[in-house]
Design a protein around this ligand. Sequence first.
Ligand code: G6P
Length: 440
Amino acid sequence: AFSISIAGGGSTYTPEIILMLLENLDRFPIRKIIFYDNDYERQKLVADACEIILRERAPEIEFLSTTNPKDGFTDIDFVMAHIRVGKYEMREKDEKIPLEHGIVGQETCGPGGIAYGLRSITGVVELIDYMEEYSPNAWMLNYSNPASIVAEGVRVLRPDSKVLNICDMPIDIEERMAVIAGLESRKDMTVRYYGLNHFGWWDDIRDKDGNDLMPVIKKYVLENGYNLELLNKEVRLNDPDWLDTYRFAKEVYRLDTETLPTTYFKYYLFSDYAVKHTDKNYTRANQVMDGREKRVFDECSTIVEKNTAKETNLEIGVHASYIVDLARALAFNTHERMLLIVENKGAICGVDPTAMVEIPCIVGANGPEPLSIGEIPTFQRGLIQQQLAVEKLAVEAYVEESYQKLWQALTLSRTMGDADLAKVILDELIEANIDYWPNL
Ligand code: G6P
């Protein structure tokens, strides 16, 4: 059985991940779970509730929660990392500062995403160093955002570390595609997909017999995007903002009907629409703080007060079972095919070999073997090159402490445009991130 450290123990996602791990114990046996966070108070509430859940459902699992790196990372097989450096207070600033200037304000897209990226690199590298010091054979399964910039930062700063970067966005959309195609599960599909994280496209989707599912999915997306309301089936993320994003995928698809897009192209290709449909005084960060964060923390308090989780309405993070699939692939050499963020090394023709791209990989005990994608259309290649330059400049700016390069990164973002305005936004972001960023 395996020993796991959950870094970002105080995350609102932690309880649903614990429930998911418990649900999967027969596939992935666990002997110890450690919560690690640098925020004692925040983690304590989540940990106290999870300890009760574990006591009731799997008393054989040893449990510990700590803010001490040595305790958090000793005797560990896997680190599951989902940290948010600066928490929702900083996400709110990432969103509101650009929006105040009429520019997309989103946690991983545009200026806000770059700002978050510069905070996250420090946090993730710190976790890698702890892991390597106390459990040198462990793997880190990282899904901390913004995944692309984080992956590039790790490639540059810790090139030999055992870190795999994975994201739930393609998984969420594939679950929707499976519903559209009338399949039981996304695992009944084999996909070809390429791009950067939160910035990719599917160009081939087959069922188990090799039948082409693209036509039926495309037909649906042309009318409804990835919105499943018509099918009376919601997978998750069904609040109004997300529904709008899923619906809007149809506009993105109409612009290029060869491939099926991930949803955040709304922010890059239809930036004006995105800005117009965002309340700059009450952004997604506010929704999450008043919604998910409150709900999860309240529920944790109830569990602690009642000293039982038998009647909890905390939900299992079913979609998060991809993390178990990844851990299993490494532990049991399953050779499962999954989408990971890995170094390009020629997989996508015409894209920098050092780019951290999101593509299908076969994952076994030695890690991922990326599959070759080959040539891609000019439209996609152009968008990738531009966004890649943004991400690489952001990481170079971080490493070299270069104001100039960060200004270039913001200016080059497709959400931006004007260099003067990019500078105004950059200066405000620098001030907001004074406690987090390198000194530019
Ligand atoms: C999707 C993305 C994640 C992102 C999340 C934000 O799942 O793939 O990368 O973190 O949405 O959701 P939220 O509810 O926090 O806005």
